[in-house]
Design a protein around this ligand. Structure first.
Ligand code: GLU
Length: 294
């Protein structure tokens, strides 16, 4: 077991906790407690237009009602812009980030000119237009300069993972055209600044990991361990979310909510106590404890 374990739950306050987000909260809490570590909560409210008024406070109350109480005061990303700016300045000064003048339409046109079919609703792989300069246009966003080659990492549940970032994602945004900080930069800066050693979060976030690892490396920050948990699926077979009908967690019956979350995590007991949940978690993940980053 690592000497110091610091874990975190990092909700975006777009609405109250629901059955799906409780799974990530419980898993990160269990893993921290099973390691005798600390557990922090970070409110990821950088994407202000998507945040719902009062949602962060509701989430903190819901966590408390479930007995998931952080070891420190929660931090709020909306108050940490200076840290993100310092990281961007460092990347720019080392030529790892550059300004971009392209609109979505510019990117679609450049991709079409290169013969790439236009995938509706799909994320566009940035063709690198502004790497060569802005061509006299005003800067809108800032992008990270990706390099060719496979990024490989180990996930404690999913096993060996890899992604060819330059080909599959392209130069990704660090600061958006609307002036807001991108999730990728904020999460990497905060995880390092808070000393997070293990990231436990939902599997839907797994494909951000390669971007976060290259950013950690470019900023000379440590790479934590990763465990991406199973998701709760909604009636349409997609990840449960507010958009597909997830109801806010009923915290008048916290044990019921916690047991449902524990079952998604493969902890078999019905009506289990927190101590039993911890014992099952330790048994289930014992072999994955002493990995690099642990
Ligand atoms: N704020 C992100 C979300 O709620 C989670 C980020 C993370 O755990 O890295 O989806």
């Amino acid at each position: 077991m690592g000497a110091t374990y610091i874990g975190r739950f990092a909700p975006s306050p777009t609405g109250p906790l629901h059955a799906g987000s409780l799974v990530a909260a419980l898993a990160s809490w269990l893993d921290a407690r099973a390691h005798g570590g600390r557990w922090l909560v970070r409110i990821e409210d950088v994407d202000i237009p998507r945040c719902a008024p009062g949602a962060a406070e509701t989430i903190l109350q819901q966590l408390t009602a479930c007995g998931l109480v952080p070891d420190e005061e929660p931090v709020w990303q909306s108050r940490r812009g200076a840290l993100y700016q310092a990281a961007l300045d460092q990347l720019v000064s080392e030529s790892r980030a550059y300004p971009c003048a392209c609109s979505r339409k510019d990117i679609e046109e450049a991709l079409a000119a290169q013969g790439h079919p236009r995938a509706r609703h799909a994320e566009l792989v940035y063709p690198g237009t502004c790497r060569l300069g802005l061509g006299g246009r005003p800067a809108r966003a800032w992008r990270f300069k990706t390099e060719p080659g496979l990024i490989e990492w180990h996930d404690r549940r999913l096993g060996a993972q890899q992604q060819d970032l330059a080909r599959e994602v392209g130069d990704f945004v660090l600061k958006r055209a609307d002036g807001l900080w991108a999730y990728q930069l904020a999460v990497v800066v905060d995880d390092a600044q808070q000393g997070i050693t293990q990231i436990v979060r939902g599997e839907d976030l797994a494909d951000n990991t390669a971007r976060q690892i290259v950013l950690q490396q470019a900023l000379r920050l440590p790479t934590p361990g990763y465990l991406h948990t199973a998701l709760v699926l909604g009636p349409n077979g997609e990840k449960l979310s507010k958009q597909n009908g997830a109801r806010p967690l009923d915290t008048s019956r916290p044990l019921l909510a916690l047991n449902a979350a524990a079952q998604v995590l493969g902890l078999p007991e019905q009506r289990l106590s927190t101590a039993q949940a911890l014992a099952s978690w330790q048994a289930q993940w014992r072999d994955s404890y002493n990995l690099p980053g642990d």
